[in-house]
Design a protein around this ligand. Sequence first.
Ligand SMILES: CC(C)(COP(=O)(O)OP(=O)(O)OC[C@H]1O[C@@H](n2cnc3c(N)ncnc32)[C@H](O)[C@@H]1OP(=O)(O)O)[C@@H](O)C(=O)NCCC(=O)NCCS
Length: 144
Amino acid sequence: MLRSDVTRVMQIEREIFPFPWTEGNFIDSLRSGYDAWLFEDDREIVGYAVVMWLPDEVHLLNLSVVSSLQGRGFGRAALDWLSECTARRGARTMLLEVRPSNVRALRLYESAGFERIGLRRNYYPSYGNSREDALVLQRRLGDG
Ligand SMILES: CC(C)(COP(=O)(O)OP(=O)(O)OC[C@H]1O[C@@H](n2cnc3c(N)ncnc32)[C@H](O)[C@@H]1OP(=O)(O)O)[C@@H](O)C(=O)NCCC(=O)NCCS
């Protein structure tokens, strides 16, 4: 993902998340040197992901598939590819946060071998003035 892609990415982000990242979140991620991947088919965006590296762990900050293409295996393919690619580059584990209410994402992650290792209370904004907890999931990569 390049700075010039962020406008298109933001259109998708606003469509698929009730509480989307801001343009600033993407720009800061690019400036900070996080891995930011755009998955394309014939130059049409299928999805994107943002990954932050810690010394030997990666934190999956964002994984998204365009709404009209969800449920066709792209999310799983992207997650498998990210796992392989980061393992090859030395990551031993992958960590992420997910809303307990995001059943689709939770099913994907748990079926891919992620385990629940913690809970961050009131982590996410939610409707009204309320907040939603985050489940913290982790998966070993390679023979990690
Ligand atoms: C979560 C997301 C990345 C998954 O990508 P996807 O391409 O839709 O998912 P896939 O087609 O690869 O399906 C992977 C698994 O997700 C689960 N899943 C997919 N669609 C589902 C649905 N409608 N209901 C419940 N589980 C579902 C299943 O476990 C599925 O595996 P299976 O097909 O072997 O049963 C995508 O739906 C998305 O971008 N959602 C909005 C943004 C988001 O929530 N991102 C994750 C934030 S943590």
